[in-house]
Design a protein around this ligand. Structure first.
Ligand SMILES: Nc1ncnc2c1ncn2[C@@H]1O[C@H](COP(=O)(O)OP(=O)(O)O)[C@@H](O)[C@H]1O
Ligand SMILES: [Mg+2]
Length: 201
């Protein structure tokens, strides 16, 4: 079982944290192993494909989710059509999802997908801001966290940085705490601290 309350979502096999999947897998450990392998593969494939000219727009973001998980899940690449929450955090209401998503990605495009920012700390703070926005959006039924971190890692690579190192913040719950502050209070200070520490050339 996941550490956090299960999503209020119909995508799971009844009474489990295993999403209904194309392989008919019911074992939680196995499905997470397969997800992680697909994600590792995606890191390889997508990081070979980026350059300073890559448009990290909404279609690109959706395609990351779709291409990574379409062999496993029917909901790959599709935005949810129901409201979702985790703990006390209510994510973007489904009826505002499309317009909110557009707002965020248009803003990111106007900011030239962060290419404008040559200072490392400024760049990190903008990643934290957009990361908070996408965490609050929570557009997919599942695997939002991993796909949005992949998305920002690719933006980092395109700008000459390494993928962000979150390892000091995941197991001790600090990443979730920072997420909660983003979603419930639109406060990105903790997320900024994490990204500044995890970002290097
Ligand atoms: N209680 C919470 N409040 C706000 N955000 C949360 C909470 N719990 C988890 N999150 C955010 O949701 C993400 C997990 O969403 P999920 O769709 O399950 O993705 P994944 O399966 O890749 O972890 C976390 O990475 C975190 O950013
Ligand atoms: Mg999950």
């Amino acid at each position: 079982m996941s550490k956090y309350r299960l999503d209020n979502s119909p995508i799971y096999i009844d009474g489990s944290d295993v999403p209904k999947n194309k392989l008919g897998i019911t074992d939680s450990k196995l499905i997470h192993e397969i997800e992680n392998n697909l994600l590792l593969e995606a890191y390889e494939v997508f990081s070979q494909d980026i350059s300073v000219n890559t448009d990290f727009n909404e279609d690109y973001f959706k395609s990351l989710h779709k291409k990574t998980f379409e062999s496993l899940y029917n909901f790959a690449g599709l935005y949810r059509d129901m409201n979702m929450s985790k703990g006390d955090s209510q994510f973007c209401l489904a009826r505002y999802l499309e317009s909110e998503s557009k707002r965020i990605f248009i803003e990111l495009e106007k900011e030239k997908f962060l290419q404008l920012h040559t200072d490392r700390v400024v760049f990190a703070k903008r990643v934290a801001y957009y990361q908070g926005e996408l965490i609050a959006l929570h557009p997919f039924y599942e695997i939002n966290g991993r796909i949005l971190r992949l998305f920002f890692d690719l933006i980092c690579l395109a700008n000459g940085y390494r993928p962000i190192d979150y390892s000091n913040f995941i197991d001790n719950g600090q990443y979730i705490e920072a997420s909660i502050e983003c979603v419930q209070f639109a406060d990105t200070k903790k997320m900024e601290k994490i990204i500044i520490e995890g970002l290097s050339r």
